[in-house]
Design a protein around this ligand. Structure first.
Ligand code: 5GP
Length: 189
């Protein structure tokens, strides 16, 4: 994934030893050609698994999940961040801490769109502590669907999320792994 590492070095901004700002290529602006390339890569890694749905979290997972779903020829569902107190009787909800906002948010997926016959590929932009991923995985479980795996564009391996999920036998594929953001420098492994 040298092309992606080069873009991250060129356009990413190290905000702290924990956080990399990626607004120029993932979390605010997106380059469609780059996103489609990511989608092709995820599709290639999971194409033998019989995926029936790609699932992600709004908002910054949506572009990559769309690209992966397009390549796999299946629908994409994005978990919505609930902004209403009106209960949807058809919804599966989980409360997740937000890494960047420092608050908790409620995420929800309608039972209409994930069910027990689904084989789900979960795609996300970045994994840090894994809270967002754990919340969505609980929803996938509660829907009775099978989790085929998690594809993340960037794994920050100095935070525990991806490692913990692998220990729980989740198949995690990351396009690039960042081992440190120390001294304002992005180090890959
Ligand atoms: P986690 O729940 O794994 O701790 O954090 C995952 C979510 O927080 C990602 O979906 C991503 O949107 C956001 N996030 C985590 N780390 C970073 C980071 O270093 N930079 C940016 N821009 N977002 C991050």
């Amino acid at each position: 994934m040298e092309w992606l590492k080069e873009r991250i070095i060129k356009e990413g901004v190290v905000l702290s030893e924990q956080v990399l700002k990626l607004d120029a290529l993932l979390t605010h602006q997106v380059d469609p050609a780059l996103i489609m390339e990511m989608g092709r890569e995820f599709a290639a890694r999971f194409k033998e698994s019989g995926v029936t749905k790609v699932v992600t979290l709004e908002s910054s997972g949506i572009s990559v999940a769309f690209a992966a779903a397009f390549e796999l020829g299946v629908p994409m569902v994005f978990a919505r961040r609930k902004k209403t107190l009106l209960a949807d009787p058809d919804a599966l909800c989980e409360r997740v801490p937000s890494f960047t906002k420092g608050i908790v948010t409620d995420i929800m997926v309608s039972r209409q769109f994930i069910g027990e016959h689904d084989k789900v590929l979960f795609i996300d932009d970045i994994i840090a502590n894994g809270d967002a991923a754990r919340g969505l995985i609980k929803i996938i479980d509660r829907a009775g669907a099978e989790l085929i795996g998690l594809g993340v564009v960037i794994e920050k391996s100095f935070q525990a999320g991806a490692r913990t999920l692998r220990e729980q036998n989740v198949h995690v594929e990351s396009l690039v792994t960042i081992s440190s953001l120390e001294d304002g420098k992005i180090s890959f492994s």
